[in-house]
Design a protein around this ligand. Sequence first.
Ligand SMILES: Nc1ncnc2c1ncn2[C@@H]1O[C@H](COP(=O)(O)OP(=O)(O)O)[C@@H](O)[C@H]1O
Ligand SMILES: [Mg+2]
Length: 264
Amino acid sequence: MIIPYFGLKKMPFPKEIKTDHLLDTYDIREAFTRLSYIRQHRGIMLLTGEPGSGKTSILRKFVDSLNSQTHMHAYSPLATLSRSELYRQLNALLRLPSKMRKSELFEQIQKAILDYYDNQGKTPCIILDECHMMDHQTLQELILITNFQMDSKVPFILVLIGQPELREMLKRRLHEPLNQRITLRYHMAGLTSEEIPPFILHGMKLAGRSDPLFDEKAFETIHQLSHGLPRKIGSLCVGAMTVAMAKKMKTVDADCVVQASAGI
Ligand SMILES: Nc1ncnc2c1ncn2[C@@H]1O[C@H](COP(=O)(O)OP(=O)(O)O)[C@@H](O)[C@H]1O
Ligand SMILES: [Mg+2]
């Protein structure tokens, strides 16, 4: 086990970390700045990035920053795939009674959003993750349900999250209306080479180890092989530590990283 071997308290780079433990990377700062703008001014935000780039993590941080007196948030980890399910999903996210007909659902959802905003003083904040899985018709439908008084009023926040394909999908002509209504967008590009050492040191520190473990070349190799994606960086580190332990090494070098990547 790498935990006792490297003097750790727990496994480094777990699947989910507390939002206040996220390292303040360029991506995190830029995405959060835009989300903070949306929190105040409402509208639609598009957040894209490769798998493991930190999209869900920044959204968790955003949700933590919402005040329950002023915002009502509803998060769906998997955006609905088909048009018929979209209204039912939004209805459930807003905790509304079920209705059979689509037209009834439509009316109920729009009324509820307006009621939160006008009468309860709360902005409904709907967050749909993995939106690249949605079909084109479902994406188009979003424009109908979020159209209030011919667009003169924006009583909601809608955050669409997805892999880079989502950006491409939205470039199509049929999505021009939705594309035009997107207030802000951000693409998580991954960590730069300068951000890799602090990211790894931070993760190791959270696991209980402050002494350096990875050498310079290991950092460089991790950057090349991970393309700066936080999830890949974490799994490469754990893999390389396992290789180093098997070789009875006390530090981790580039060879360990390369061997680990062959096995991941
Ligand atoms: N800034 C960060 N600091 C520390 N860990 C991070 C950071 N960004 C992402 N991670 C970690 O990387 C992994 C992937 O992040 P996640 O938000 O699930 O990516 P995505 O939703 O884009 O697939 C998670 O384990 C997360 O804890
Ligand atoms: Mg995710």
